[in-house]
Design a binder for this molecule. Sequence first.
Ligand SMILES: [Zn+2]
Length: 383
Amino acid sequence: MSHFVVPNHIIVGNGVLNEAAPILKKMGNKAFIVTGKHVAVSDMMKKLISLLDENDIRYVVFDGIIGEPDDVMIENGVDLLKNSDCDFIIGIGGGSPLDSAKAIAAMAVNGGSISDYNGKEISGEILPLAAIPTTAGTGSEATKFTVITDSQKGIKMLLKGDVLVPKLAIVDSKFTVSSPKSVTAATGLDALTHAVEAYTSKKAFSMTDTLAVSAVKRIMKYLPLAFNDSENINAREQMSIAALEAGICINNSSVTIVHGMSRPIGALFHVPHGMSNAMLLKECLSFAVSGAYEKFANLGRETGVALDSDSDKSVAEKFIDSLKTVCDVCQIPTLEGYGIDKDEYYSKIPKMAKDAVASGSPGNTVRNVTEKDCIEIYKKLYA
Ligand SMILES: [Zn+2]
């Protein structure tokens, strides 16, 4: 059975923020804005605040999201929200503030601590949520997922629930122009990973396939352009659209082995999410490919990396090589190049493999993935 869940309202394009005013006005009278320290003092925030002021919408700013979010940051946000009389929530920033806005919205109506909900479906009527991404990558503006680190256990929890899908997604590519190169690379490759994983997932179906192919084609063409020229407005807009498409894909057909194995690296070695995905992309998909030559080959033919006369196996392998080329263009380092100590990494491999499989994501891969397989891939990654 296939379900297709998307935000109620999506506004997408270059300079579209102001078009959101009438919808924001209907969402409530006082907004609880969730963001990070950097975006809180940016021009993007000034634009949002002046839009709210012009429309008589009051607001409180919570800028306590520093790096990738953990349970403590979420608790601080919930405390402030409960004392604020806000009646809707706006998340603005990269994936971290958007994920945090969802988690805060959920924990304001659900009891206990956030770690109680790891692996369970989050429900309950949450405050209306608007999401404004300032990077082109995570697709969090369109998903029912939020990833929050459990600071006690050192794991990244994947929390989910249809109630977490934002009611409104404002995808204004103008907001991504100030992204530094490393962020453009990591977030863009995160979106690429989403699209490829969703397309080759066991849960893929026609609706997600269409958007996944579209996203992969846009990213392979425009990510190198956006990376090399941050002011390339067309490339930025295409990347924003692709990230949104890819976000909708994972919302409905899930991620697979790459994300499953990426979260433990992120949690234990503090590698940014998109970067750890990119580091894993070639090894993980080279493992998965034999379960789905035809689908990987479709992506290869759609992106023009091989001749029509090539066999599915050959095109599929060329496509995976082309993903590695994009990672190289975007200057993705190796684990060693990132500064991760080999002995420490090897000592953590059994835990990472266990956590990866336990997250459930590798189970969506078309080829069966065991802990032993993850151990082998983690080892190859540092070889
Ligand atoms: Zn991701």
